[in-house]
Design a protein around this ligand. Structure first.
Ligand SMILES: [Zn+2]
Ligand SMILES: [Zn+2]
Length: 265
């Protein structure tokens, strides 16, 4: 792939991801579905217009940084110094298939620790405040970062390129997956099952409530995909289970009242 084609694809890819997950998520949760499901809402009030404008401006800056960093990765790949490969069968189909999971586990750890350091290390904390200006975040907050934090997130793709041999396709797919999950964490609505936190395996999944509490209290709950590192390191917020149960109780009460109404009771 030559530079001009890569650049064109990259621009289309970054813009379409933003339109799909940030703008699309906003429209879906705040205009289409959201008003019909107030019983699933985590937020106590609607986000202000100024917050959304700030989140969009920060997201544009983040996408420009991601664009530049992806170009840098392209040149390193062309120079043959990365572990990125492009032939499907170069490392076998089994390895190809598990690569996505390997990348996800690596990103779960990278996100947890860099996020935690941005809260605990004073010299880093100031760069994370841009994301925390959104007390009740929206899907537009998914990429709302200070440029230094954006570089930190972008560095993950370099780590993968050098440490985990990956088919080039996964780097594109994983970006969309990361954005999609991030969008869910910032929707302000909870959809998981009411017993999620007591199920043996499912309790290791993260929830929008988990990340929403992080924005509300500015500490604890540092994970992204899994509630693994937070469990291992004891950094789940003390109110997590209580708040999750309260939101699910609201949803269950709504379901019960609908059934009662349907039965004419
Ligand atoms: Zn944070
Ligand atoms: Zn957030």
């Amino acid at each position: 792939m030559d530079l001009s084609l890569f650049t064109a694809l990259l621009v289309i890819f970054l813009i379409s991801n933003f339109l799909l997950f940030a703008l699309g998520g906003w429209w879906f949760f705040y205009h289409f579905l959201g008003p019909r499901i107030p019983h699933r809402a985590i937020h106590e009030k609607s986000p202000q217009k100024a917050q959304i404008i700030r989140e969009i401006k920060n997201s544009i800056s983040t996408q420009i940084i991601f664009f530049i960093m992806a170009l840098g990765l392209y040149f390193l790949w062309k120079a043959g110094v990365t572990q990125i490969y492009t032939k499907w069968d170069e490392r076998g189909i089994f390895y190809f298939l598990i690569t996505f999971f390997l990348i996800q586990m690596a990103h779960d750890a990278w996100f947890y620790w860099t996020h935690r350091w941005m809260h605990e290390w004073k010299w880093l904390r100031k760069y994370h405040l841009a994301h925390h200006e959104s007390q009740q975040p929206t899907p537009f907050a998914s990429l709302s970062f200070h440029p230094v934090e954006a570089i930190c997130h972008g560095l993950f793709w370099y780590i993968i390129a050098f440490l985990i041999p990956s088919h080039a396709l996964w780097l594109w797919v994983f970006y969309s997956f990361m954005f999609y999950i991030n969008m869910w964490g910032h929707t302000g609505f909870e959809f998981w099952h009411k017993d999620l936190l007591v199920k043996p395996i499912q309790k290791f999944l993260n929830t929008p409530t988990h990340h929403n509490l992080h924005h509300k209290y500015h500490n604890k709950n540092y994970g992204i995909y899994y509630n693994l590192w937070d469990k291992v390191c004891g950094t789940n917020h003390a109110k997590y289970e209580e708040e999750y149960r309260a939101i699910k109780a609201k949803t269950e009460a709504h379901k019960t009242s609908r059934i009662m109404k349907a039965l004419g009771l």
